[in-house]
Design a protein around this ligand. Structure first.
Ligand code: C2E
Ligand code: MG
Ligand code: MG
Ligand code: MG
Length: 281
């Protein structure tokens, strides 16, 4: 467990490690059942457009209402799913739910898009573009109302195949976004060849711009870079007014974070969006 990670040289037999492993396996088995039995839920976090002062979209974030362990976040089960083919089914499930929810918001008069996170395995799955295309038709959602988020690291794992998948997705008209931007090791030259329209600045950089001069310089330059590359820039993890004002001052396009809103259950989305639109942060 935790102690093992902090002291990797201490190679003693650790009972908690065995338990962790057993838990992971058990959860993986349960996850397939959970998908069918309705224990998986999407929470949504609003993205605030800084120019209009309105909510431009919502990011779907997976939650598992586990019957014994309570409400679990992706950190509790996603790594296991990503290591197996379950991630394919999981992504289809999330896409279906998220596009269905987005169709309902739009029918209710909200001019919002929905953002779905993809995993590295999804990027080498040649059936993904068809799945997205089918979900778009099923719910009659315009492709311009769908954002697919891909981390820098996953795009780098098998770049050739990732670019093929991303081009096919792009051809559908959906927006592609680089998530957790600034945490990977990819070069800007490489990133500039990806067919993406949006960058999401990682919260580890965003969180420290008020206190840390170096992070402030990195983020300010990234705002400039995004503008020059004509990419839409979203800062994630905005937790206070000072951070938001700094980003607004530099010309960052949009923000997400607890300061604007925490991720909320789907039933609360309409009310939260209407409240934010009525009283811009
Ligand atoms: P992400 O896509 O970078 O999502 C942002 C994470 O930061 C979310 O954590 C969100 O709850 C959290 N967050 C948002 N604002 C703040 C803030 O102001 N402060 C702090 N401290 N945290 C904030 P969450 O929901 O635990 O998700 C973690 C990661 O799991 C996501 O990171 C994403 O990579 C992955 N994930 C979530 N849902 C899905 C999914 O449906 N499919 C896949 N493949 N991955 C998912
Ligand atoms: Mg994301
Ligand atoms: Mg992110
Ligand atoms: Mg992140």
């Amino acid at each position: 467990g935790e102690a093992q990670r902090r002291h990797p040289r201490v190679a003693v037999y650790d009972r908690t490690m065995e338990t962790d492993q057993a838990n992971r396996l058990r959860r993986l088995g349960e996850l397939e059942v959970a998908m069918r039995s309705g224990e998986l839920d999407l929470f949504y976090q609003p993205r605030l457009d800084l120019r209009s002062g309105r909510v431009s979209g919502l990011e779907a974030l997976l939650r598992w209402r586990h019957p014994v362990d309570g409400l679990l976040g992706p950190a509790d089960f996603l790594a296991g799913a990503e290591a197996t083919s379950i991630i394919g089914a999981l992504t289809s499930y999330v896409l279906d739910r998220a596009l269905g929810d987005c169709a309902r918001w739009r029918a209710a008069g909200l001019d919002v898009d929905v953002a779905v996170n993809l995993s590295v395995r999804n990027l080498v799955d040649s059936t993904l573009p068809d799945q997205v295309s089918e979900a778009l038709s099923r719910y009659d959602v315009p492709p311009s109302a769908v954002v697919l988020e891909v981390t820098e690291t996953s795009a780098m794992t098998d770049p050739t195949r990732a670019v093929i998948t991303m081009n096919a997705l792009r051809a559908l008209g959906v927006t592609l976004s680089i998530d957790d931007f600034g945490t990977g090791y990819s070069s800007l030259a490489y990133l500039s060849r990806l067919p993406v329209q949006q960058l999401k600045l990682d919260r580890s950089l965003v969180a420290s711009i008020v206190d840390d001069e170096v992070d402030r310089a990195i983020v300010a330059s990234t705002v400039d870079l995004a503008r020059r590359m004509r990419l839409h820039l979203v800062a994630e993890g905005v937790e206070d007014a000072a951070t938001l004002e700094m980003l607004r001052h530099w010309g960052c396009d949009a923000v997400q974070g607890f300061f604007v809103s925490r991720p909320v259950p789907v039933g609360e989305v309409t009310a939260v969006v209407r409240a934010l639109d009525a009283a811009p942060v």
